[in-house]
Design a protein around this ligand. Structure first.
Ligand SMILES: NC(=O)c1ccc[n+]([C@@H]2O[C@H](COP(=O)([O-])OP(=O)(O)OC[C@H]3O[C@@H](n4cnc5c(N)ncnc54)[C@H](OP(=O)(O)O)[C@@H]3O)[C@@H](O)[C@H]2O)c1
Length: 282
């Protein structure tokens, strides 16, 4: 499995599994979430899991699956402090709750979920303390624009090691990607297959390249990400889809093919823009 190495030496697999929000009242979704996580851990194909305190029952379900399989120490966990905890200033309480739910004594990658105005710098300063105490093995951010990163780096001691934000061929975010590379900030691409957006899955470059290599559109898109040296965290609750994602039998896209896929960029953002959010409702 390919890895990337953070500035502090921490190694992370490049292919992880994203999480779906699971509400406490939805028994079917809870079972589906447990089943896919248990399957991912048992097969040993997936060693990186992305979650958040904001994803309902998801941290607790992942904690159950980790306990049942005894795989905690062979995987990396990413989790995030949510907006409500940022607003109330209960960052340490949020971390403690995540540790309890995930049934672990440490988090590998701790991020803030959104750069909420007025709170994100103070939140990050708390996260720096957790890093120094060894409770989290790395710290970083999500959903920042360049101006958030600039403001953060002027005010904190440990520049973010990692940044998780939306990237896929319809939204390549090349300026932000280049900024992160220049400042040694590793990248996690979320919504990496654009939630199976029709325009992407049916796009000519994707279809033609998939047929050329005998791969599926999802495999081609994930390979495009991997050749850009970033982590991807597609989500699925379906074992067949999981097998398709993790069928990472090597194939390599040419520079021309990579550029053809990148040419699909049409500024199609499918998630929120952090400069346009009402954080009281997010
Ligand atoms: N930091 C943040 O603010 C933030 C925001 C959004 C997302 N994320 C993270 O990124 C992860 C992924 O993002 P996402 O869920 O928005 O989008 P995504 O991974 O691009 O798309 C997920 C969708 O694709 C489907 N899918 C996956 N593999 C497939 C396959 N092989 N064939 C057909 N359909 C397939 C899944 O349905 P099935 O379940 O039916 O397979 C699911 O509905 C999230 O789970 C979360 O961990 C983070």
């Amino acid at each position: 499995m390919d890895e990337i190495i953070l500035r502090n030496g921490l190694k992370l697999p490049t292919l992880g599994l994203g999480a779906k929000i699971v509400s406490s009242s939805n028994e079917k979704a809870k079972q589906a979430s447990y089943d896919i996580l248990h399957y991912a851990l048992e097969t040993g194909k997936c060693n990186l899991f992305d979650t958040s305190e904001s994803y309902g029952m998801q941290e607790a379900i992942l904690g159950e699956a980790l306990a049942a399989t005894g795989k905690r120490d062979s995987v990396r966990l990413i989790t995030k402090v949510g907006n409500k905890s940022q607003r109330t200033g209960n960052i340490r309480r949020a971390l403690e709750a995540s540790l309890r739910k995930l049934k672990t004594s440490y988090i590998d990658v701790y991020l803030f979920h959104w750069p909420q105005y007025g709170t994100f710098i103070q939140t990050y300063k708390e996260m720096e303390k957790f890093y120094e105490e060894g409770l989290v093995k790395s710290i970083g951010v999500c959903n920042c624009h360049r101006h958030h990163l600039e403001e953060l780096m002027q005010n904190v001691n440990i520049p973010p090691m990692i940044h998780e934000f939306e990237i896929h061929p319809l939204f390549t975010q090349s300026a932000l990607v280049n900024y992160c590379i220049a400042y040694d900030i590793r990248i996690i691409a979320y919504s990496p297959i654009a939630r199976m957006h029709d325009v992407l899955i049916k796009a000519k470059p994707i279809r033609i390249i998939a047929a050329r290599y005998g791969k599926t559109p999802v495999q081609v898109i994930l390979q495009w990400h991997r050749q850009h040296n970033r982590i991807v965290i597609p989500s699925t609750a379906n074992k067949k889809h999981f097998d398709e994602i993790y069928n990472v039998e090597s194939f390599s896209l040419s520079e021309k093919e990579l550029a053809w896929i990148s040419s699909l960029d049409d500024n199609v953002r499918i998630r929120y823009n952090s400069d346009m959010c009402d954080f009281n409702h997010l």
